[in-house]
Write a protein that binds this ligand. Structure first.
Ligand code: GLV
Ligand code: MG
Length: 298
């Protein structure tokens, strides 16, 4: 099981101590998580543990047991149902103390904040700026729907009774806070794990807004996630072409021109920035370009 997880083409793994663990198993789960992090080879993957939220009695021992036991093999702690910046600051201070006591590099372990209720969403910008450890803001749609009294059991799905996308505001607001702070925005789970088309539909909405990724709950969702969050080949090629063309035209050799035609479109510095985004996603996904820029062709 562990070996399989380590070889899956996912960018991150997270071990859960929160909602997928029954209350009676919370304490023993901590040691299991420590063992999982310390075993085998997680190379190339961001290693994260989700602790229990701060309205429970479990959070502090979750953090202490996991970070003392496996801090050297842990990249981030995920704090669910974050409601205020003060909760992030609490985690930051606790991590600092543990790092000092254990002799770990202070500040290396990051924080992923999950936004899952109305108060968290109201405070998302302060949460994003609460600590230099914040690396990611995550939308938790299932808890969020419950918190808002949304009358549906399919996370992220449209509701025919609402003339719009009920999730647009929350997705956008989280993305805005994440981008203002310069960190990643990640969409949460899709629970119908056998409905891969349903997963794709919901994932595409987040990808279209600019999200960096989406959780998978099952290996069967990984391919769809990687496909949806990578650019299409033609868009990747086009982005690389814009970058090459812009670099050439703005050079001495190209005539120091800042606004030029590339085929039927005008490109300038803003086009370069947009192209950087698409090219960056394509390169991160390991894509290869299939077209080259030819200065003679324009
Ligand atoms: C994830 O934790 C969610 O509540 O959607
Ligand atoms: Mg949740």
């Amino acid at each position: 099981m562990l070996g399989k997880a380590q070889s899956l083409p996912a960018d991150q793994i997270f071990c859960d101590l929160e909602d997928s663990v029954a209350p009676g198993a919370k304490e023993s789960a901590r040691d299991n998580v420590v063992a999982v992090l310390n075993e085998g080879d997680w190379a190339g993957k961001t290693r994260v543990v989700r602790v229990n939220d701060l309205t429970t009695k479990w959070t502090y021992r979750d953090v202490i047991t996991v970070v003392e036991g496996a801090g050297a093999n842990l990249d981030c702690v995920m704090l669910p149902k974050v409601q205020t910046a003060a909760q992030v600051q609490w985690l930051d201070l606790l991590l600092t103390q543990i790092e000092e006591v254990m002799g770990f590099e202070v500040g290396r372990i990051g924080i992923e904040a999950q936004i899952e209720n109305a108060l968290g969403l109201s405070n998302v910008k302060e949460i994003a700026f609460a600590s230099p450890r914040i690396e990611t803001i995550i939308f938790g749609p299932a808890d969020f729907m419950a918190s808002m009294n949304m009358p549906s059991l399919i996370v992220g799905a449209l509701n025919p009774d609402y003339p719009g996308d009920p999730f647009h505001y929350v997705l956008f607001k989280i993305l805005e806070a994440a981008r203002a702070r310069g960190v990643q925005a990640i969409d949460g789970p899709y629970l119908q794990i056998r409905d891969v088309d349903g997963y794709r539909t919901v994932a595409r909405k987040a990808a279209a807004l600019g999200y960096d990724g989406k959780w998978v709950l099952h290996p069967g969702q990984i391919e769809a996630a990687n496909e949806v969050f990578a650019p299409r080949q033609e868009d990747y090629d086009h982005a690389e072409l814009i970058l090459d063309a812009y670099a050439w035209h703005t050079s001495d050799e190209g005539g120091l021109r800042g606004a030029v035609m590339l085929g039927e479109e005008m490109i300038d510095e803003a086009s370069r920035k947009m192209a950087e985004v698409i090219a960056g996603k394509g390169r991160a996904a390991g894509m290869e370009r299939t077209a080259k820029f030819d200065p003679a062709a324009g």
